[in-house]
Design a protein around this ligand. Structure first.
Ligand SMILES: [Fe+2]
Ligand SMILES: [Fe+2]
Length: 171
C-alpha cells in the first residue's frame, strides 16, 4: 500500500491540517479531503490516548470515539464521491500521510485536558453544521450533519471520562 499523496495546497502536517479545517466555513473539495484524512487519523490518536488510560472505562470511551472518527472519514469520503463522482477511500493508519510521524495521544489524561478536548468536539458539530449549510447538496449535507451530531456525542463521552478520572482522584 502506498501512502496517500498530499496535493499541493493541502496542509502538510496533522497539526496544520487540524488548524486549517477548523477555520474553513465553506469547504472546497480539497478541504473535504483534508477532513477525511484528519478524521481517519483521529481514530489512531484516540487509540494512542486510550493506550495510556489506566481506567478501562475511560479507555473504552476514548476508543469508541476513535472508532466513530473513522466512520466520519467514511462519510467524508462519501461526500467526496457525491460531489466529484470519483471514489475516495479513507486510508488506514499505515497509508495516512497525516500519521507519517506516528500516532500520539491527543491530550493528557487529566479531567482538565479531557474537558478542553470535549470543547473541541462540541465545536466540531458547529463546524460540520456550517459545512452542511454551505455544501449545496442535500445528501452531502445529511452526511456532514450525521458527523456533526456524533462530535457532540464525543464531547459528552469526554466529559464522562473526565468525571470518571475525577472521582478516581477523589477516591
Ligand atoms: Fe469526527
Ligand atoms: Fe470527534
Amino acid at each position: 500500500m502506498t501512502t496517500v499523496t498530499l496535493e499541493a495546497g493541502m496542509p502538510q502536517t496533522i497539526g496544520e491540517a487540524f488548524a486549517h479545517i477548523g477555520a474553513v466555513t465553506t469547504p472546497t473539495i480539497t478541504d473535504i479531503k483534508v477532513m477525511c484524512l484528519v478524521e481517519a487519523a483521529s481514530k489512531e490518536l484516540y487509540r494512542a490516548t486510550a493506550a495510556g488510560a489506566e481506567n478501562p472505562a475511560v479507555a473504552d470511551l476514548l476508543r469508541t470515539n476513535g472508532d466513530e472518527e473513522f466512520v466520519h472519514a467514511r462519510r467524508a469520503a462519501a461526500v467526496l464521491t457525491l460531489l466529484t463522482g470519483t471514489d475516495f477511500t479513507p486510508p488506514e493508519a499505515d497509508t495516512n500521510p497525516y500519521l507519517a510521524g506516528g500516532a500520539f495521544p491527543i491530550g493528557e489524561l487529566t479531567p482538565e485536558a479531557l474537558r478542553k478536548l470535549a470543547q473541541t468536539e462540541f465545536d466540531g458539530e458547529t463546524l460540520y453544521e456550517g459545512w452542511a449549510a454551505s455544501i449545496g447538496n442535500d445528501e452531502a449535507a445529511a452526511l456532514l450533519r450525521a458527523n456533526g451530531k456524533e462530535e457532540t456525542d464525543h464531547g459528552n463521552r469526554l466529559l464522562q471520562a473526565a468525571a470518571l478520572l475525577e472521582s478516581a482522584l477523589e477516591g
